[in-house]
Write a protein that binds this ligand. Structure first.
Ligand code: CMP
Length: 138
């Protein structure tokens, strides 16, 4: 079990002015921010990040959306980080997300679902490396 996960605050939540609210929930959930940046992904960069989903029917929509505006990318630290963060954000589809979760509060749809959270320790490492150099996540 690793103690780090990776997250993005997605373009819908940034546009809606929810960066502060979401970071507050992340801190209140006991996560420490190890590294963080505010940036926009190009379509090509979004395609690269989500390439594991390339065969999915929603890949075009997903990468279009993720490159539609600025995001916040961050590496988070906590014991049992991957599983605990997925609990904090709630189900991918906000209609199924539990009360009190980030997606229940701030997500509008399965596509525009406010936040990303890594689904495994291995992907947390790969995704963190996509955005941050070794120097940036000391
Ligand atoms: P995320 O955790 O960032 O990882 C993959 C993303 O694909 C997921 O969040 C959703 O936003 C998106 N996604 C999953 N299923 C669908 C779907 N049926 N339609 C549109 N987007 C989807």
């Amino acid at each position: 079990m690793s103690n780090r996960t990776f997250t993005m605050i997605k373009p819908d939540a940034v546009k809606a002015g929810n960066i502060g609210n979401i970071l507050q929930m992340i801190n209140a959930g006991g996560f420490r921010i190890v590294a963080m940046k505010y940036l926009s992904l190009s379509k090509q960069q979004a395609e690269k990040f989500y390439e594991v989903h390339a065969a999915r029917p929603f890949y075009g929509e997903l990468t279009e959306f993720m490159s539609s505006g600025p995001i916040v990318a961050a590496i988070l630290e906590k014991e049992n980080a991957v599983a605990d963060f997925r609990t904090l954000i709630g189900a991918t589809n906000p209609a199924q997300a539990a009360e009190g979760t980030i997606r229940k509060k701030y997500a509008a749809s399965i596509g525009e679902n406010a936040v990303h959270g890594s689904d495994s320790d291995e992907n947390a490492e790969i995704e963190g490396n996509f955005f941050f150099s070794g120097l940036e996540r000391a």
